[in-house]
Ligand binder design. Structure first.
Ligand SMILES: [Zn+2]
Length: 287
């Protein structure tokens, strides 16, 4: 299945059905999954986690499976779930020794990222080298790493990985600071001191309009209500349907994640056996 086909399994469904679709997809492929019930501030649902590889250094990739009421939730955030499940299915032997990639499908992101906060509270952040929260990865051709408030070794690796794909700063990819008004799962990890960023795709052609939109929302509020730049035209609206998703955007997100994983492993200098078989396993510390 392509990321787009996987995203369609969640589109237009209730949050309980979306969560069940992710679990079903994993179980149908025999992937052991850790189920973490969210018990925080009345949150409902489960975080679902799968570890790829068995290293001590852990990269967390988040994709929330919930959506806001009234929206089919295709780009927000079934697209990210599709990209991550697709990565999980094809990662095979591609996880470098020494590294572990934790795919975390969170509940309740739309409730002030309650699911991620419960995860950090209950499971902790030991061993984490960095966190990326995939949000709105289905429309556009330019990557944005956001909430990058300060440089970190992890951010340097992310940049190097994207440069390695031939992308250039402020063109093929953008690194931006804290975005007011928006937020995502990575903030739960950032609050615990882990380098943690959002990862989004946008149309490069509207990068400047987007900058004004996210950094000066009040000044331009009226104009943007009338003509918001993509991907915000559909964000949290009934128009967030899978027919607006671009397979090329989903593929670009997948390529970026592959490059980041390779970069985190490849130049680590950590000793590790060649050709270690990659296993799927639930993270320890979760029942
Ligand atoms: Zn979202």
């Amino acid at each position: 299945m392509t990321p787009l086909e996987i995203a369609r399994l969640l589109e237009g469904r209730s949050n309980a059905e979306r969560e069940a679709a992710v679990l079903r997809w994993l179980e149908a492929r025999g992937v052991p999954v850790a189920r973490h019930r969210v018990t925080l501030d009345g949150g409902r649902g489960e975080n679902l986690a799968v570890d790829l590889g068995a290293g001590d250094r852990v990269l967390v990739l988040c994709a929330h499976h919930d959506a806001v009421p009234g929206s089919p939730g295709a780009n927000d955030n079934a697209a990210a779930v599709g990209v991550l499940l697709h990565l999980l299915a094809r990662a095979g032997g591609a996880i470098p020794p020494g590294l572990r990639v934790r795919c975390l499908f969170t509940a309740c992101e739309e409730l002030d990222y309650l699911g991620a906060r419960a995860w950090v509270r209950d499971v902790g952040v030991a061993g984490l080298v960095g966190v990326l929260s995939l949000e709105l990865v289905g429309i556009g051709d330019s990557l944005v790493v956001w909430d990058a408030v300060e440089e970190s070794p992890f951010l340097a690796r992310v940049r190097a990985a994207l440069e390695g794909l031939g992308l250039r700063a402020d063109a093929g990819y953008h690194v931006v600071g804290r975005i007011p008004r928006f937020g995502s799962d990575h903030r739960a990890f950032a609050a615990a001191g882990v380098p943690a960023y959002g990862l989004t795709l946008v149309p490069g052609a509207s990068a400047e309009a987007l900058r004004r939109f996210v950094f000066h929302p009040r000044r331009s509020a009226l104009g943007f209500l009338l003509r918001r730049p993509a991907p915000f035209r559909t964000y949290h609206t009934p128009r967030d349907r899978s027919d607006t998703l671009e397979p090329a955007a989903l593929a670009a997100a997948g390529r970026a994640l592959d490059a980041i994983i390779a970069e985190l492993g490849g130049r680590s200098g950590l000793p590790g056996p060649e050709g270690t078989a990659v296993s799927h396993r639930p993270p320890s510390g979760v029942s």
